[in-house]
Design a protein around this ligand. Structure first.
Ligand code: ZN
Ligand code: FE
Ligand code: FE
Ligand code: ZN
Length: 265
């Protein structure tokens, strides 16, 4: 089996990843990948938090990816960004999109308010003060807006609030359905992200159940390791591909210059 492209890879510019793009590329070839894409955390216009590149580092990011391309001509290397979706921040995403020849944008929701990122271990206290259902609900409202914005090619780690293994008492099925129904109308893809296996939830983002619902709606998928270290490139892709196939997928997609290329799985 040839492995799908790994489209979710970070760089040290985000301040919480190790290894230069060239090291991720070398690892990709080692594990038998033929294509990867960098999708580091996008800059905000002004300082926002401490886990992303500064705007004045964006050119450096693009140059690092270009250098990896030159050093590893046998590997297809795409240029992307993992862009935080914040309601009201749409214009900034459009501005970013015009700055470089991107292959794709992954739209991710981490923040459900300007000060609460649902995946930040430092914010775990907030999970104890609030009904988890409420957190998931606000998260999925934002994720639905992200999908409908048409600013993104891929939606990142769609059920991210499960990271710490804190699930609502009530069934989340209806909120998944609402998101997926609306996402299906836009053609946006979902990031099948193996980082969840390395977190407390111990399963891929999104869950098998969620993926089945996505497959029924013919929503395309990409694969991502969310590598923050070169050793994580392509991690657990065999398992991710098995699950995607079991849930009904026969294809995944790749992106070039923000155009989707459907590829057999
Ligand atoms: Zn990160
Ligand atoms: Fe993320
Ligand atoms: Fe990421
Ligand atoms: Zn991510």
């Amino acid at each position: 089996m040839s492995m799908p492209a790994d489209y979710h890879i970070h760089t040290p510019l985000c301040l919480h990843a190790k290894g230069e793009p060239a090291e991720y590329a070398a690892r990709a070839l080692e594990v038998g990948l033929t294509e990867i894409g960098f999708s580091d955390h996008s800059p905000m216009r002004a300082q926002f938090d401490n886990w992303r590149m500064r705007f004045d580092q964006l050119d450096e990011y693009v140059e690092k990816v270009a250098r990896a391309r030159r050093d590893y001509p046998n590997l297809i290397i795409r240029l992307g960004l993992e862009v935080d979706y914040l309601p009201g921040g749409e214009d900034w995403v459009r501005e970013l999109a015009a700055m470089h020849p991107w292959d794709y944008f992954i739209g991710s929701v981490h923040y459900i308010s300007d000060s609460f990122a649902v995946d930040d271990p430092k914010e775990l206290g907030k999970w104890k003060e609030r009904d988890p259902f409420d957190i998931w609900n606000v998260y999925f409202d934002r994720l639905t807006l992200a999908a409908e914005s048409r600013l993104f090619d891929i939606i990142g780690h769609a059920d991210l609030p499960k990271k710490f293994n804190i699930y609502p008492q009530r069934d989340c099925g209806p909120m998944f359905e609402r998101f997926l129904d609306r996402a299906a109308r836009t053609g946006v893809a979902l990031d099948v992200n193996t980082a969840g296996l390395r977190k407390d939830c111990a399963e891929i983002y999104p869950s098998a159940r969620f993926l089945r619902m996505a497959a029924e709606r013919k929503i395309p998928i990409t694969f991502g390791s969310d590598a923050h270290d070169p050793s994580e490139v392509g991690l657990a892709f065999d398992r991710a591909v098995d699950i995607a196939r079991e849930m009904g997928y026969t294809h995944y997609c790749r992106f070039a210059a923000r155009k989707r290329l459907d590829t057999r799985l």
